[in-house]
Design a protein around this ligand. Structure first.
Ligand code: BG6
Length: 476
């Protein structure tokens, strides 16, 4: 529906932006930090690894000062588990603990609310090597113990904690590492129980803090108006979205999905105490990342398995994505021809964000925080009259449209707490290096030439500063 007049953003709206430790910190073996699983995963040829990041570990004060200059109300960053507990469990690393105290204190000194992700793709490698990481129930206890350290250290200063970043992407895209679908859903179940226990612990230890899951959630469109594709879209929504939020909010698996697993004999083993843990936990809000709605068609088991075999035969990253985006007996992702794309092929769908916000609000009735959304493309640094400039009007357009979608959803009645796009400053993309830049602040380094890593203000920096100063009124 359309409105004559949109509601303003609430006065308390959290404007800011996001980052994650392993993608920006660098210093990957400094001050006691050990390897995490993202440090050791292969990167595509021609692409940097994460070892140096953008040196945020040493330059966080400069970065936070720039965020303050933009008027940030919040900064979302993650704590690196292998910095706090280098052996994954047991002995705490005082230098790691001290580092995040300094980051948090620096934010607070600038009036910026720290929004802290406890776990963002950086499981300590030692836990993966010792017992297979999330394949083992042991990981539940180890995660909860790690969270206990974080809550004890930072709970009095941090109002907003996020449990696990994009559990759904980790499980759906990398789940084959566990050996088969049953094991994949078992590892997922361990994460869900770990998250539930962490939420309960947070409420016990930090009564003034709020905690939320942080999956990647997108509306799913049917490829055609056929009933079969509509049903496939509904089913995919259960698998891709509701599996991760119904369990977090209601403590229950989505019913149809569970029955589908049982039919195939691939449902996870759930101990009695797990049901109790899931039911006992309650998030205070929902954080979610959004990059563009999905689009699916219905597919049979046979067609699905065949499509995966064909994708495997092609090899490479595209095949990996294609293979993983086929769900035999349910659905297959299709390219939405109506969706505009960035120069790097990611969908631009602000109305999809509006739909997603409405779906989440209407299902869960919890405040929402957008913790990622953004335009990852190469930027060009030019010098005009000796001054560094980055004319990223495409990023401004992208952000503007998504902020307008937020305002439309707020006008519908959605309780939206804030907007924290990806990313505050350029950092290393999960698999496309530094070439794929999302930041409002430019970091001058290339894939293999670290240069001086100077920070420069992009055009989007100045634009976002105006947006924040006007509390979302001035989007020009
Ligand atoms: C999200 C992750 O999946 O998307 C981030 O939480 C990631 O870690 C972001 O960087 C953008 O994806 P990519 O692959 O372009 O870096």
């Amino acid at each position: 529906m359309q409105y004559q007049q949109l509601k303003p953003f609430p006065e308390t709206f959290l404007w800011g932006a996001s980052s994650s430790a392993y993608q920006c910190e660098g210093a990957y073996l400094e001050d006691g930090r050990t390897l995490c699983v993202s440090d050791t995963a292969p990167v595509p040829e021609g692409t940097t690894n994460f070892n140096d990041g953008v040196d945020h570990y040493h330059r966080f004060r400069e970065d936070i000062a720039l965020m303050a200059e933009m008027g940030f109300k919040e900064f979302r960053f993650s704590i690196a588990w292998p910095r706090i507990l280098p052996q994954g469990t047991g002995e705490v690393n005082p230098l790691g603990v001290q580092h995040y105290h300094e980051v948090i204190d620096e934010c607070l000194a600038h009036g910026i609310e720290p929004v802290v992700t406890l776990y963002h793709f950086d499981l300590p490698q030692i836990l993966q090597d010792t017992y297979g990481g999330w394949a083992s129930r042991q990981c539940i206890d180890d995660f909860v113990e790690y969270c206990r350290v974080c809550f004890a250290e930072y709970g009095s200063k941090v109002k907003y904690f996020l449990t696990i970043n994009e559990q759904n992407m980790m499980i759906l895209f990398q789940g084959s590492q566990y050996g088969g679908p049953k094991q994949q859903w078992q590892a997922n179940h361990h994460m869900l129980v770990a998250q539930a226990k962490a939420m309960v612990l947070c409420h016990e230890m930090c009564p003034d803090s709020w905690i939320a899951p942080a999956p990647n959630i997108v509306a799913i469109y049917p490829a055609t108006s056929s009933p079969a594709d509509n049903l496939a879209a509904m089913d995919t929504d259960q698998l891709r979205n509701r599996l991760f939020l119904d369990t977090a909010v209601f403590g229950e698996y989505p019913e149809a999905l569970w029955n589908w697993w049982v039919d195939q004999g691939i449902e996870p083993e759930v101990e009695d105490e797990d049901w109790v843990a899931l039911k006992e936990a309650q998030p205070d809000f929902i954080a979610f990342n959004y990059y563009g709605a999905g689009c699916v068609k219905s597919i049979t088991f046979d067609e699905g398995y065949q499509a995966i075999e064909e994708a495997k035969a092609q090899g490479g990253m595209v095949a990996f994505m294609t293979g993983m985006n086929t769900r035999p007996g349910m659905s297959q992702d299709v390219k939405n021809k109506l969706q505009v794309q960035t120069s790097m092929g990611m969908g631009i769908d602000p109305i999809g964000l509006h739909i997603t916000l409405r779906q989440l609000w209407e299902r869960y009735q919890l405040p929402l925080l957008i913790t990622e959304n953004g335009c990852g493309v190469p930027d060009e640094l030019v010098f005009e009259d000796g001054e560094p400039r980055i004319h990223d009007d495409y990023r401004i357009d992208y952000l503007r449209q998504h902020i307008q979608a937020c305002q439309a959803a707020i006008t519908d009645g959605v309780d939206l707490m804030g907007y924290s796009p990806w990313s505050a400053f350029d950092l290393i993309s999960t698999h496309q290096g530094i070439t794929k830049r999302y930041g409002l602040i430019y970091v001058d380094r290339d894939e293999f030439d670290l240069k001086e890593m100077n920070r420069y203000r992009k055009d989007s920096f100045f634009w976002y500063k105006k947006v924040i100063a006007s509390n979302g009124e001035d989007l020009d």
